[in-house]
Design a protein around this ligand. Structure first.
Ligand code: GCV
Length: 663
């Protein structure tokens, strides 16, 4: 027990501390795979060897008949009819047997055994087959090679510098990238994009003369079954190739992309593909040549197709030079308006990557209707592990609570879910060179939860938290799990309570942290609440507003359109209502805002008090880091509470019936 209280040197072990391997490492383990099975199979052997060396067990590799009866057999069985990356587990005669479709499946099977702990060797082990729900489970890094003047080394990164790049170059020592890849593999992630979608001058050259950097990164990820992708600039033929154009229908441009792809695959045969942000927030794109996004995406797709690569083409396209006086333009409509007319026009190896909501990773948005309206296009759901609008890894915000909701949402209310519609699941990473990887140690549970949910979207946030806790704090006092449940579960709802209410978005201040009720209201980036003395909210109905509600299929179009049926939590996203409008909960809008802000901020104080119960039960530096951050969360939540409550009071003139302070 005591060793749990000792801090590990270097970086934190996260969900792979040595002790998590003890149940396996104490036993005789056989790995049955041909010696030339590949680098991932070699990783499995190395992992088992390290565990048995540490904990006194034994590794058998040559033949499973060759020595004492193994307690665990990990066997490659390509002919067993299992799906790609999948594995089956069963226990008979005192041996647990993991049979895998391929070497990746063998690795996932190994980590499955680690997750089960002693349970993997219990005769009551339930046999079963496991395979990922999503073939592509990708993390996108918004890391810059050159630290950007405004955005720094990692755009929207809240965990220090980049683990890949430093001082304008790839880090000479990539040991930590290997450790990161190991953590990702243990959570189920199988792809990583290694640079920011805003591709600046230096980063664009990762495709050309800096390709060697990508080769070195791919070498770190490959043993863990993770394929590397690269964010590229649509303008590269012009800026790097000197062509004078990047018109996608120009043959010289197509040739340039074909040559670039050939060079990449010559250097990285298992390269995953390109990620593109085009005609979005200043990035170049096909519009400049009168072409559409299908024209743009297809020229890159055709360059990658001979090698099996894909283009992830982002649907995050909107007018960021909007005039706030213009009440007809609605940013929420933009992705649907641009992309759905192109359904069926994208090549097979194009994946249109859609942010989960129509705006930008807000605490509460409806699910993007683009995901419901492109049946002939391969789609990726894009999530954000980095907490840009959700507390920037200073606040506890358990993202699986939000992601489960999104993945399980039924666009047609007929059992088909978002997870069924989106082939790929992608998220923006929250990792940096911080000792705890994610700044806030508890934000590790978000990174872990992303991989696990992308693998199996039916896992519950609460079970995932327990799983993460058992791995991260093996053998810890049972109070650790109790406190973590109290502090982490429900944290998304708490954050929503003290920040922007009822589906209003973007009430954030500069840098997207802290309250800024009117900060975006008169900005070119969109307008989000239209508060006046009588009411608040954006009318997005078909009848009298921007018509956005009509982008949904039934039953949601009608549900959102009507004040009678619109869910409370999205009311102000779809409707402009008087402050005294009575919610389905029976409270007025303004009283709801007063109450939730008071209660949400109070809840953060309880979270901070509860954390104190772990003093002495977890590593001191982890304890102290979370304690310090909870103090900041309490401060920030109090600021949100006072500003939002006071704003509503000053605009409505309605007093708080509970009598809380207003300024
Ligand atoms: C990488 C938001 C963020 C930007 C980000 C952009 C995107 O606007 O604030 O930092 O740019 O989304 O997803 O492309």
């Amino acid at each position: 027990m005591r060793k749990n209280l000792v801090s590990t040197p270097g970086w934190h072990a996260a969900w792979l501390p040595d002790d998590a391997f003890a149940p396996l490492g104490r036993r005789v383990v056989a790995v049955s795979a041909p010696p030339d099975a590949g680098p991932v199979a070699a990783t499995v052997v190395a992992e088992v060897r390290a565990a048995v060396d540490r904990f006194g067990g034994r590794l058998l590799t040559a033949s499973v008949d060759d020595g004492p009866a193994p307690a665990l057999v990990l066997a490659l069985a390509p002919d067993a009819g299992l799906p790609a990356e999948g594995f089956a587990v069963a226990r008979t005669g005192g041996t647990t047997r993991v049979t895998a479709a391929d070497e990746a499946g063998l690795l996932y099977g190994l980590f499955h055994v680690v997750r089960l702990g002693e349970g993997a060797f219990d005769d009551a082990l339930v046999p079963g087959s496991h395979a990922p729900a999503h073939a592509v489970r990708m993390l996108d890094h918004w890391d810059n090679v050159d630290a950007h003047d405004v955005m720094g080394q990692v755009e929207r990164g809240y965990a220090g510098g980049s683990i890949f790049y430093e001082d304008g170059a790839l880090r000479p020592d990539l040991t930590r990238v290997g450790a990161y890849a190991r953590l990702l593999a243990a959570s189920g992630v199988n792809r990583a994009t290694v640079n920011n979608v805003n591709v600046h001058r230096t980063e664009a050259r990762l495709l050309t003369d800096r390709l060697g950097d990508v080769v070195r990164l791919a070498d770190q990820f490959r043993p863990w079954g993770i394929r590397v992708h690269l964010a590229v600039s649509f303008g590269a033929p012009l800026t790097l190739g000197g062509l004078g154009t990047c018109d996608p229908l120009e043959p010289a441009v197509a040739d340039w992309w074909a040559d670039a792809a050939a060079r990449v695959y010559a250097a990285i045969p298992d390269f995953g593909g390109f990620l593109v942000k085009a005609d979005s927030e200043g990035q170049p794109g096909p519009f400049a040549y009168g072409r559409d996004h299908a024209d743009g995406a297809n020229v890159l797709a055709r360059a990658l197709a001979p090698y099996g690569g894909t283009v992830h083409w982002r649907a995050f396209v909107y007018n960021h030079h909007q005039d706030w006086r213009d009440r007809r333009t609605d940013r929420a409509r933009a992705a649907y308006d641009h992309f759905t007319p192109l359904d069926g026009k994208f090549d097979e190896n194009v994946v249109v990557q859609v942010k989960f909501g129509p705006l930008d990773f807000q605490v509460r948005e409806p699910v993007s209707p683009v995901l419901t309206a492109m049946p002939r296009t391969r789609l990726a759901l894009e999530l954000q592990v980095t907490q840009e609008y959700t507390g920037q890894q200073k606040h506890v915000y358990y993202l699986p609570e939000q992601w489960s909701e999104v993945l399980g949402w039924e666009p047609w209310a007929d059992g088909r879910t978002v997870s069924d519609v989106a082939r790929d699941v992608v998220a923006v990473s929250n990792v940096g060179d911080d000792r705890f990887w994610t700044g806030h140690p508890l934000a590790q549970a978000n990174l872990y939860g992303f991989g696990r949910l992308a693998w199996d979207p039916t896992l519950t946030p609460s079970d995932l938290l327990d799983e993460w806790t058992r791995l991260t704090f093996p053998g810890a006092d049972p109070r650790v799990q109790d406190v973590l449940r109290d502090v982490v579960l429900g944290s998304r709802a708490t954050y929503e309570q003290y920040t922007a209410p009822l589906g209003v978005c973007f009430m954030v201040g500069p840098g997207h942290y802290g309250p800024g009720v009117d900060f975006y209201e008169y900005s070119p980036w969109g307008t989000y609440h239209f508060a006046d003395r009588d009411g608040i909210g954006v009318d997005r109905t078909v009848a009298s507003g921007t018509g956005y509600a009509g982008q949904y299929p039934e039953p949601w179009a009608s549900t959102y359109e009507s004040l009678d049926t619109c869910p409370d939590e999205l009311l102000l996203f779809f409707h402009h209502v008087p402050y005294t409008h009575v919610l389905r909960s029976g409270k007025t809008v303004v009283q709801h805002v007063y109450d939730t802000h008071t209660d949400g901020a109070a809840r953060t104080e309880e979270m901070a008090r509860r954390w104190e119960d772990l003093d002495g039960l977890v590593e001191p530096d982890l304890f102290d880091r979370v304690r310090t951050l909870l103090a900041e969360q309490v401060r920030s939540a109090g600021e949100w509470r006072d500003q939002v409550r006071t704003y509503f009071w000053r605009h409505s003139g309605v007093p708080d019936e509970r009598g809380g302070p207003l300024y």
